[in-house]
Design a protein around this ligand. Sequence first.
Ligand code: BGC
Length: 348
Amino acid sequence: MSIAKKPFGNLSNGEAVSLFTLTNKNGLSAKITNFGGILVALNVPDRTGKLADVVLGKDTLDGYTAGHPYLGATTGRVAGRISGAQFKLEGKTYQLEANNGPNCLHGGLKGYDKLVWAAEIINDLGVDKLRLSITDPDRSNGFPGTVECTVTYALLDDNTLEIAYTASTDKTTPFNLTNHSYFNLSGAGNDDILGHEMQIFADSVATINDDATLQGRRDPVIDGFNDYREPVLLSSRELNIHNADIHFFLDNGRTKLPKAAAVVREPTTGRVMEVFTTEPGVQFYAGLFLSVDAPEIGKGGVTYQPKDGFCLETQDYADSINYPEMGGAILQPDEPFSSTTLYRFRAI
Ligand code: BGC
């Protein structure tokens, strides 16, 4: 695998941002910027060997800094919603920034998706990897504790994009980290995702309110509605937040080694993506709100429409701080966090 670095532009404060291209021995490539730890492009072959970029994104750094719905972004300190942007911890009430109605979504106004990460190329047992790191200070966006966090990307020769995370804190804090890539296996901007077949290895979901906040309930999947244990052609369902913007509890919970979470197949191109993770859950989001508030202009000038991309955001139960019995999205001092997610590609 090789990693090349080039300039991606400058922020308004003059800070330079880079774009890294990871290429594996089969010619697959991934482009990642250290602004927001964003996966900008991911080129993978179809059944004839033809490469296409399968993630939604922007052409330029300015496209990302202008604001976007977390396209490809590393999302934290807490991916997902904390209800009422509030929680109590050790007798103290913490008020977060409300950026989604009264709730805190994806870490607040300046989450990990908007930070400039320090970047280094490391060699891990003979494999070159891109390691991004940040220090997220105490009380940033209202959260307690200074968090040290790394995200390491590698494009392995078995056509796997590996994303490995580590984190530590000096005070107990809510913490839930994910990658928010929107995939489209027919090629970003070419088509919607309705021809994809989605399979998720989960027999229960995290029930939500109509504003998508978590209820602190875990319910069995419902046949024909949000049961994806057998492959589901997405066009066969009326997709809404309760079956296509929802957290699935994976059957084996948090694991030491990555386990199968989901498989997605796109019959026209033959592309298949398998998702493995050590995380206990995955948020399946079918891009329902793309361009709903304002046109979302993506790479090549294409306007992304609702259901033009899907996310499989591996993570824990976002609102664990308010519903501790539901998950472990809480980082403790002396209990460093590490987690790995694999997106593996093949064509049939
Ligand atoms: C959430 C959606 C939200 C989207 C973009 C997803 O992770 O579940 O409700 O609209 O991110 O912010």
